[in-house]
Design a protein around this ligand. Sequence first.
Ligand SMILES: [Zn+2]
Length: 562
Amino acid sequence: MHSDFIEYRPVKKEIQGAEDSSTDLVREEEILVLFTAVEQGDGVENAKQAVKDAGDFLKKLGTNRLMIYPFAHLSQNLARPAEALEVLKTMENESRAAGIETRRAPFGWNKALQVKVKGHPLAEMSRSYGGLAETAPQPPQPHRVERELGEHELLARIKKADFGVLPDTDHRVIGERLDLFSFQEPSPGMVYWHDKGLRLRNILIDFLRAELARRGYVEISNPALANTNLWRVSGHSEHYRDNMFLTHLGDEEFGLKPMNCPSTFLVYRSRKWSFRDLPVRYAIFDPLYRNELSGVASGLFRVKILTQDDAHIICPEEQAESELGDMLDMMEKVYKIFNLSYKAKISTRPDESMGSDEEWERATSTLIRVAKARGWPIERKEKEGTFYGPKIDVDIKDSLGREWQCGTFQLDLQMPKRFKLSYTGPDGKEHTPVVLHRTILGSLGRFIGVMLEHYAGRLPLWLSPVQVEVIPVSDEHGSYAESTLRGLLEKGVRAEGAFEAGTMNSKIRNAQLQKIPAMVIVGAKEKEAGTISVRERDGKVSTGVKLDDFVRELVARTSRFE
Ligand SMILES: [Zn+2]
């Protein structure tokens, strides 16, 4: 991972063969971090090859700093500690011998870790050496031993990820407590969204859809799988192949889409366009598939299947500036609702890229003008643009003071030429438009993870998957509680009833634990008066409330994004 910084602190020896190490905090900046797991059968040759590849990669990145970071979570087939340490030391020595400025994190420790990965397309790579990976791709090998196990034993081996050791503030712990999502062994680095988590994601998408509709966007959806020929046209085959999931249908190679752009261009190409029809603003919420380093170790922050709030605006170059302005307006409106401050940076041309200097210059200066017009300070991230254009990256700052890259706004003069996109201009001739690629929240899963930590699980009312918990004082009041719940659901309030066995107090505690914004409590008094009692998350209690009044206020507060 090409990183702005890595920080780690050795906390506790994890195994007997752990190296001696101080427990001081270590911080390194502007460095390529090589997370490494040594597997059974790995040896000196694998170590040399890994360092050689890392060296080539460093050259591409234009840097010479490498940290070798032992990271056992990458494998379930680890070498014995003594052998692993030997391989790691070989890597370290090889790297130094190659003139690389080398650091190595201690082996065999539990380490508190924070990495800020750069956002550019080459920032993350993964490779494996030895075993099957070194030979040509082979069909999946049936696991002989596993085959002999019955379904019963196999099922018993499928475990849900356990986050028991993590602090309460971690989004994985919050997600489990709120029953939002889980990570399960058969799908490493992929999210199982539970009903409440999916509802939360849908609330975000509905919110964005309403905003997009107001701004003249249309929404499309395209196949996940496309023939590699498409990725050859887009250049992804050349620049992104290592991160793609590839498969075969008959003799043809196909890839799962890592980005939405190429298929969006095919939709554009399916009809003729006049300058009067433009800009066309295509929003898309399809899942994307990226074979990146990931795992339970990073929860929602790094996954292999993600959904972005993605959009592509296709327009004449003269309109790019005003379109960018409108996108940034939307971004500011959205971030304000989440109470997030932000900072924009302009990423310039990387070494590996398409197009002429003149085009890059033009596109980059357009982005700078747009940023200046908003009074933003111009901070540049040299060489961190995409391979097809420069971009404005926007980092948000959460309540814990951490920065996350969320928004990205790319001005692309290359893909329109590669895909021969065109429109008829006022002169009756065919012209090439430009494409603006943009996301505001980025990966929705990652954004949800950040928000869970930002709000420490206390999601605002408008975002809460369950806004109201209806709790009967005792079983006798079950039917009044049920009709109260129906009344709430009919009015569009996201409510649920705690009608299971158990005391009122335990149900209240449970709702508090789940940080549900309001509890509606009904007993004999409420039933007789036809009212409800409300207990809010902050402890405020109101009695003798009319259901209609409660609903009206709740709906009003939801629509104000409170
Ligand atoms: Zn795109």
